[in-house]
Design a protein around this ligand. Structure first.
Ligand SMILES: Cc1cc2nc3c(=O)[nH]c(=O)nc-3n(C[C@H](O)[C@H](O)[C@H](O)COP(=O)(O)OP(=O)(O)OC[C@H]3O[C@@H](n4cnc5c(N)ncnc54)[C@H](O)[C@@H]3O)c2cc1C
Length: 481
């Protein structure tokens, strides 16, 4: 009797849908699709409603990440199908082309994905297809519950509960080969998507800093866990030190799973891994906050903060965006962001505080700018972090704790090396002068090529006055609604 090899029948196939998991190793849904022992189509859909659109720094990243993914798949005999459009429309077309398939994908918890996933699953099931959803974006799948049965709004108890539940899952290896169905599916060309900026090519500096894609992500992870992680705790607040992982864009696009990063950190650093893995839990916590409160990018979690008397200050906003505020640490951070698509965490906190409190500009303006310019721009982390600084978040820094941009600079960039790197017009100032050049006698500045208001801006606000104004503004949050 002839045994029918089911795997070689096109009537019996799986479709794997890449989303925020642009990797073939440690990918639970992909491994399940492969283990289903069916021929496999591999799909990516560019749906601009989901967040990445041409013109954003994330689009630059996505282009290169998809190029790497396509290559890794091609090296194993497979093909990545690229389609652009509304997800529902793409699936409607696929249903026409493919009489049967089982869909596999990993869940993403941002609100726009949740709505879309429901719609896609309903449409597929109504047409007789099956959809298999996996949850490998989180270290601990599913929402953690407090003893009272609610969800956690405060980080530390959430962190403890997560450690209690933690059971790192075995990570599937990258498949050695993909077996393609005979029927070919039409695919767009990545170059035609126009994800890379051209006129002007404002991302020209990004390539010196980053290697997007799973290949670069794995290298970055290995460098970090083998060479750097031991000094993470002591060095992570100093922007000039290479003490942090810079894994955020790789995690944003799922080129690495949180689970595998956690395991690598523990394997190489053992008990020294905790200060780093704790930060991974901030990512998980932010994901949970957005899941529970989908309006997080638009509305204050503590609603009284939406009564703040925000200033319309286009000039101030522009000066902040361009790194021309006259406060060297702020300007260094904002220029690092523009040139590299990244900013160190300590500096993100200080520039965010400056926008919100010194300029009294609505945090949503800052969130929007970060969303456009960060290569790691992530709905959950970005919104949770802006609300953390604004004092309006679930477990936020109190609003009245206002960062002094000069003290922060003296403390975390004591020799002014980070400032000199990104604000070269101040490079000749000494470590005592560089944090507040307006306090240096004019003649001394001139001898070092600095003329305030000409070669470098005068401070656009007086921090002490701005601080008083910010604290006064806070009073409205205490009034009866
Ligand atoms: C105003 C503001 C906006 C931010 N916007 C984003 C954003 O859009 N995307 C983003 O990934 N991070 C954001 N962050 C958090 C943090 O600054 C970055 O994750 C971190 O700087 C990335 O560098 P790293 O990978 O070297 O971090 P590491 O210190 O090496 O940490 C490892 C990983 O942990 C996670 N992580 C670290 N700190 C945080 C945090 N505070 N909240 C959530 N996750 C964290 C990140 O995934 C990071 O890659 C923001 C912070 C602030 C203050």
């Amino acid at each position: 009797m002839a045994i029918k090899n089911e795997k070689h029948s096109d009537a019996n196939m799986s479709l794997f849908w890449f989303r925020s998991d642009l990797r073939i190793a440690s990918n639970e849904a992909l491994a399940a699709a492969i283990n289903s022992d069916k021929l496999l189509h591999l799909l990516y859909i560019l749906d601009e409603d989901l967040g990445v659109a041409p013109g954003k720094a994330t689009a630059w990243w996505l282009h290169h990440s998809l190029a790497d993914l396509s290559q890794r798949i091609a090296d194993r005999g497979g093909k990545l199908i690229l389609r652009r459009g509304k997800t529902a429309d793409v699936f409607a077309d696929l249903i026409k082309d493919l009489p049967s398939f089982d869909l596999y994908y990993n869940a993403d918890f941002a609100p726009q994905y949740r709505e879309m996933d429901k719609a896609v699953t309903h449409a597929l099931e109504a047409a007789g297809y099956t959809a298999n959803r996996f949850c490998d974006r989180l270290v601990v799948p599913g929402s953690l519950k407090t003893q009272a049965g609610g969800w956690y709004k405060v980080f530390t108890p959430y962190y403890k509960a997560l450690l209690n539940e933690l059971q790192l899952r075995p990570q599937p290896f990258a498949p050695e080969a993909f077996e393609l169905p005979q029927q070919e599916l039409a695919s767009d060309h990545l170059e035609d998507w126009g994800l890379l900026p051209t006129k002007p090519n404002w991302a020209s500096g990004f390539g010196d800093e980053w290697t997007p894609g799973e290949t670069g992500a794995q290298e970055r992870l290995m460098d970090f866990v083998q060479d750097t992680i031991a000094g993470y705790k002591s060095g992570r607040d100093f922007p000039i030190k290479e003490a942090v992982s810079r894994l955020s864009p790789h995690l944003r696009f799922g080129e690495l799973s949180l689970n595998s990063v956690w395991q690598a950190a523990e394997f190489y650093a053992e008990d020294k891994a905790a200060p780093f893995t704790r930060q991974l839990v901030w990512k998980e916590f932010s994901t949970e906050l957005l899941y529970q409160f989908p309006k997080l990018p638009r509305e204050a979690f503590k609603p009284e903060y939406d009564r703040m008397p925000w200033q319309k200050d286009p000039k101030g906003l522009k000066a902040w965006q361009k790194g021309m505020t006259g406060y060297p640490l702020i300007d260094a951070g904002m220029r690092e962001l523009w040139h590299s698509g990244y900013m160190h965490n300590r500096v993100r906190m200080v520039v965010a505080s400056f926008l919100i409190k010194d300029l009294l500009i609505d945090w949503r303006e800052g969130l929007k700018w970060f969303d456009e310019t960060l290569v790691d721009a992530d709905d959950a982390n970005n919104a949770a972090s802006w609300q953390w600084v604004a004092g309006s978040g679930a477990d936020a820094a109190p609003y009245f704790r206002i960062f002094n941009p000069v003290r922060q600079s003296e403390k975390f960039d004591p020799k002014g090396e980070y400032i000199r790197k990104w604000v070269p017009e101040l490079a000749d100032l000494t470590k005592d002068e560089i944090h507040a050049p307006w306090e240096v006698p004019e003649m001394d500045l001139r001898m070092k090529g600095v003329v305030l208001g000409d070669t470098y801006p005068k401070p656009i606000v007086d921090h002490a006055e701005a601080r008083r104004r910010a604290l006064k503004a806070l009073e409205v949050t205490k009034e009866e609604a």
